[in-house]
Design a protein around this ligand. Structure first.
Ligand SMILES: *Cc1c(COP(=O)(O)O)cnc(C)c1O
Length: 452
């Protein structure tokens, strides 16, 4: 084996997911029903989600077994490799050690497949015929289309309009895998029509696409909705990333001082970080955990910890999270997967309890560092993942100044092979930084639902 690639064999794919809920000093607040202000009734949630996924959602068991068919399918691309970024370290002249877990090896090119397979499997098991979902940059739609095809489910994907236009090849991949793509806002749902009536040129947002997908699912008992991030069960499925990284770093005889992930809804960040936070909560080594978000959509760093809707049309249950307000439509940064107004409740809870920190990065720095990374390591990263790369490189540059030899671990959540428009625009000088949209966020926060 080469000196800087740590691979496990198939037999080493974890048999259980890790659920941080078992170790958190304070439980994560449950979703509330807006109409009653009380915790959401299971029966109501079952009109939207598969029953067995809801069981995972509510669970406080530390380890939950991964169903054998799900493990079998994941064998195609897992365990994913852990690399040491030796060439990048050298180029940065840093005494820090940089490791990254590469999730771009999956059929969708991102970590999203880890949850898509589990969600398609549970839906099949519960008798679902069709699933609906939203997608931002297109990775989740691709992952779910692929997973639904394997289990024989129909898949309808509402894709945020600005990504739909920026990334035509995403639609092609979803079609190859048998998914149907609809640009959102669309004229096919009440939520979509209401937005289009106000703004016919609306570029869309994850919040709007979620409204449309949920509305589509609620109309038909054999149709369920799937969410690609934010919820506890999605974070649970992604824990496989950190569980593998724990074993791989053990092979490398190392342990991270800092763990870094890009935060959209939070699933890949939680995936790499939660198993290590769990170790820490059970008396293990202390780690500095850093979530990175775009300056244009800073839910963890500038949001309010409050109950809010997960979507624009206010159809979802209320969830307690760091939020910029569900009516906030983030600027069209080229990291579509990070354009979400809220943050996963479990991550919000972890941040609230001081178990992690967060920072923002600007778009131009992200692309500059992504290109330096690609030239050193030979992997072209997704713009979302590049937020983690940029922050990791900042930490390594800081170590160069201080002389500290920290061990840095970050998650490279996906490859950027379908994000070429963004790279071309960067090279053409057409990208700019976005100022923090202070007024829009203040306005959206003033409309938070009143409860408690
Ligand atoms: C979707 C996506 C993200 C952001 O979503 P999280 O749920 O925060 O992980 C980050 N990177 C890639 C490659 C993605 O596809």
């Amino acid at each position: 084996m080469s000196q800087h690639k740590y691979i496990l064999d198939e037999a080493s794919i974890p048999t259980h997911w890790y659920n941080i809920e078992a170790d958190l000093p304070e439980r994560t607040p449950p979703p509330l029903d807006y109409t009653t202000g009380k915790p959401m009734e299971a029966a109501k949630l079952e009109t939207i989600f598969a029953k067995t996924l809801l069981e995972q959602e509510m669970s406080a068991e530390r380890y939950i077994e991964i169903p054998e068919p799900v493990r079998e399918i994941m064998c195609q691309y897992r365990p994913s490799p852990l690399y040491r970024a030796l060439r990048l370290e050298k180029e940065l002249g840093t005494p820090a050690k940089i490791y990254y877990k590469f999730e771009g090896v999956s059929p969708s090119g991102s970590h999203k497949t880890n949850s898509a397979i589990a969600q398609a499997f549970e839906n099949k098991r519960c008798g679902t015929k069709k699933v609906t979902t939203e997608t931002g940059a297109g990775q989740w739609g691709t992952a779910l289309s692929h997973a639904c095809n394997i289990f024989g489910l129909e898949c309808v994907v509402y894709m945020v309009r600005c990504s739909f236009d920026q990334k035509p090849y995403r639609k092609a991949i979803m079609e190859i895998f048998g998914g149907k793509t609809i640009p959102s806002p669309s004229p096919f749902t009440e939520a979509g029509r209401a937005i289009l009536a106000k703004d016919p040129d609306c570029r869309g947002s994850l919040g709007i696409a979620i409204s449309e997908a949920v509305e589509d699912a609620v109309k038909d008992p054999q149709t369920k909705y799937c969410l690609g991030s934010v919820l506890n069960h999605v974070l649970l499925h992604q824990s496989i990333i950190g569980l593998e990284a724990l074993k791989q770093l053990e092979m490398a005889n190392d342990y991270p001082d800092i763990i870094i992930g890009a935060c959209g809804g939070g699933s890949n960040f939680a995936g790499i970080a939660f198993p290590f936070i769990g170790e820490m909560l059970r008396g293990g080594k202390k780690v500095d955990v850093l979530g990175v978000e775009p300056a244009a959509c800073p839910s963890l760093t500038k949001g309010k910890y409050a109950y809010d809707f997960g979507d624009v049309a206010r159809q979802t249950p209320l969830i307690k999270m760091y939020t910029l307000g569900s009516s906030f439509i983030p600027p069209a940064v080229h990291a579509g997967g990070l354009r979400y107004h809220g943050m996963a409740p479990q991550i919000s809870n972890v941040a609230r309890q001081g178990l992690m920190r967060a920072r923002t990065v600007q778009q131009l720095d992200v692309f500059r560092d992504a290109i330096q990374f690609a030239r050193a390591e030979g992997i072209t990263p997704a713009p979302e993942s590049s937020h983690a790369i940029s922050a990791a490189m900042d930490e390594a540059r800081r170590c160069r100044e201080t002389g500290e030899s920290k061990t840095i671990l970050f998650n490279l959540s996906g490859h950027g092979h379908l994000d070429m428009t963004a790279y071309l625009e960067y090279f053409a000088g057409n990208l700019s930084n976005y100022e923090y949209p202070e007024n829009e966020i203040a306005m959206a926060l003033s409309c938070l639902p009143v409860c408690e």
